[in-house]
Design a protein. Structure first.
Length: 235
């Protein structure tokens, strides 16, 4: 069973102990993990992220930082100094600019979160935005490119348009990380804008974030291996 470095498994579990056990069960089939707010906010959560890196894993700290630029700059500096592969901030210009400044010359890559994949067009109307999800994502992709972040987080449905904008800007290395990926027949859960792993990669995604279809499976190692096998067919 071969790992695919483009597969990021979200450890959306209630405790550090449960997350550590899940990583042990999955073994070498997965090399990249996302740690979200539930774990990061727990005692030992950030230390667990560092532990995974010490074990040779890549780690995505999904803080989704959102504050004034100076605060985001300081937080991004702290995360980068501790050691982190990917760090998320909300894709607003002041926030992204602060994060880029904070990470400095470290290896930490900054991702701008465009529109949460749980939000529909109707939800955006309720929030006061005058854009559809797609239009708001593309506006924020343009801003992300201007601010010099390393990539964005968007649903698979906007990945192709985001990739086209990055290519136009001369940024073939621009990361497009897509949650909302579900294998065929899987439960959609709370996600609104989803696609299969193959479809997301074909649309231009560089990395896929998958949580429930792996960690909710009775055999998470096999579930991850099936997704990695589907991904490996797409280059």
């Amino acid at each position: 069973m071969l790992a695919d470095p483009r597969l990021i498994v979200g450890l959306d579990l209630p405790s550090v102990e449960a997350a550590r056990e899940m990583v042990d069960r999955i073994g070498n089939v997965v090399t990249f993990y996302k740690i979200g707010l539930t774990l990061l906010a727990r005692p030992g959560g950030v230390a667990f992220a560092h532990e995974l890196r010490a074990r040779g894993k890549e780690v995505f700290q999904d803080w989704k930082l959102h504050d004034i630029g100076a605060q985001v700059e300081g937080a991004a500096r702290a995360v980068a100094e501790g050691g982190c592969d990917l760090l998320t901030v909300h894709a607003e210009p002041q926030v992204m600019t602060g994060a880029v400044k904070g990470r400095g010359s470290s290896d930490t890559k900054i991702l701008g979160v465009t529109v949460l994949t749980s939000l529909s067009d109707g939800d955006l109307v309720d929030l006061g935005y005058g854009f559809t999800a797609r239009d708001l994502v593309l506006k924020r992709v343009r801003q992300a490119l201007e601010c010099g972040v390393d990539g964005i987080v968007s649903s698979p449905l906007e990945a192709a348009a985001a990739r086209a904008l990055a290519d136009e800007a001369g940024r073939p290395d621009f990361l497009i990380v897509t949650p909302g990926v579900r294998p065929s027949g899987a439960d959609l859960g709370d996600q609104q804008r989803v696609a299969t792993p193959a479809a997301a990669l074909q649309a231009g995604a560089s990395h896929l974030v998958v949580a429930r279809p792996v960690i909710g499976d009775e055999k998470p190692q096999m579930a991850a291996a099936r997704i990695a096998a589907e991904m490996s067919a797409i280059h």
